[in-house]
Design a protein around this ligand. Sequence first.
Ligand SMILES: *[C@@H]1O[C@H](CO)[C@@H](O)[C@H](O)[C@H]1NC(C)=O
Ligand SMILES: *[C@@H]1O[C@H](CO)[C@@H](O)[C@H](O)[C@H]1NC(C)=O
Ligand SMILES: *[C@@H]1O[C@H](CO)[C@@H](O)[C@H](O)[C@H]1NC(C)=O
Ligand SMILES: *[C@@H]1O[C@H](CO)[C@@H](O)[C@H](O)[C@H]1NC(C)=O
Ligand SMILES: *[C@@H]1O[C@H](CO)[C@@H](O)[C@H](O)[C@H]1NC(C)=O
Length: 442
Amino acid sequence: MIKLKMILTSLFLVFGGNQNVVQINPSALQCSLLAVPSSHNENNDTTKTFTFDGVYDQTSTTEQIYTDFGYPLVEGVIEGYNATVFAYGQTGSGKSFTMQGVTSPSNQTGILPRAFEHLFDSIAAAEGMKYLVFASYLEIYNEEIRDLLSPDYKRKLELKENSDRGVYVAHLSQHAVNSVGDCQRLMENGWKNRAVGATLMNADSSRSHSLFSISVEMMETFKEANGEQQSIRRGKLNLVDLAGSERQSKTGATGDRLKEATKINLSLSALGNVISALVDGKSKHIPYRDSKLTRLLQDSLGGNTKTLMIACISPADDNYDETLSTLRYANRAKNIQNKPRINQDPKDAMLREYQKEIERLSQMVEQQKSFDAHNIKPVEIDLEQEKVLLQIEYEEKIRQLQREVEKEQETNAKATSEMENLRRAYEADLQKINNSKKAEAN
Ligand SMILES: *[C@@H]1O[C@H](CO)[C@@H](O)[C@H](O)[C@H]1NC(C)=O
Ligand SMILES: *[C@@H]1O[C@H](CO)[C@@H](O)[C@H](O)[C@H]1NC(C)=O
Ligand SMILES: *[C@@H]1O[C@H](CO)[C@@H](O)[C@H](O)[C@H]1NC(C)=O
Ligand SMILES: *[C@@H]1O[C@H](CO)[C@@H](O)[C@H](O)[C@H]1NC(C)=O
Ligand SMILES: *[C@@H]1O[C@H](CO)[C@@H](O)[C@H](O)[C@H]1NC(C)=O
């Protein structure tokens, strides 16, 4: 059991004549909300102090946050752990700034791009390992799940559950990624789709939860007395930008906005209820099923995941109530205990599927080789015809494999290059048949 990591960030300056009511004390890991008597603040007579695993203010950078808390998490993913980063807070408090960041200055690029870079640097440096990396990007809006990387944005996706995969989103597109650039493009496309989709549906994109996931499968081959053995591990990184936690009374919402606010309140209070149930330790029943968000991220709360929660606050006095509510939320959630473990040999590993196909193709080539070696061919066998048949069979298998690969939208440079090697081996064999044919002719 390890405790969830909870950090607090107050990254923006106060402006517009507001008063700063937040004090960050990095050495004590404390955040204080100062007493500010004013008619719209509840319980405003005392300074309230909270302690977290890390606290960051306007002088901090996302680089520091990543070094302190993002780095160890992503290292875990490369070892085969699940990891989740949640950003929680009211709209405008820096959630997206922390997750996506800005491109300049470079010490303020977000956790997502930093994680991409970290991941592919580690993959490039690893030896004797095969990797298959996929990314997906979804949003939950009004309790409906949509694929941010699918051309059919409006399609609503369903949550499914089975014993091999746990809870998953059916038909969510998975995209093979081989570089930081690939990930960056997906992130940007998804981000654009989110805005376009929101406009289409007359919605406000800050009112949805978004989840960018990267799954990293890694295969290690080692020699044993009885031959080569393979072990597959799979790490998964979930990056969650939660909808603004502000209360609807403040936004003065009506109509669609009110419906929206109610749904956001539903999922965030479901998250709160899950947190309470986990923390008080008395309840046997954890209400994960009360919202799509908590069901999908069930593992991240009390389960098989290393979790980092980033509570984002605004230091201005007119946000006092929201800030206090975020601090209380965070203060409760920091006590959640998780049980992360390395995901060894997942049953649905894509790498294993690739491996099977490659073995099948290798066997075909081997068969052909032994056929060539053992058949000192009687004159009546038509070499040319046999060659054509072999080629048809081989090409059909390759086509079939490619269809499967395309169907799943999952391609991988390493797997493709192995197929390419096979093709070359096969062509060399054909060449041999050609040569023997020539020899025969002579
Ligand atoms: C908060 O401040 C206002 C204005 O000074 C005061 O009227 C109110 O009683 C205070 N509330 C609490 C709970 O102290
Ligand atoms: C971040 O980068 C900017 C621009 O290079 C620099 O002015 C600033 O001091 C840096 N911040 C920290 C905390 O290093
Ligand atoms: C949000 O939901 C909680 C629990 O259902 C409810 O007590 C609260 O009044 C709701 N708040 C708003 C602003 O809708
Ligand atoms: C954690 O890993 C397991 C096994 O790979 C997977 O079934 C599960 O969905 C993952 N959980 C999260 C939150 O990614
Ligand atoms: C075998 O010979 C045929 C023509 O005789 C040629 O078209 C084909 O490319 C050759 N195959 C290889 C692998 O060299």
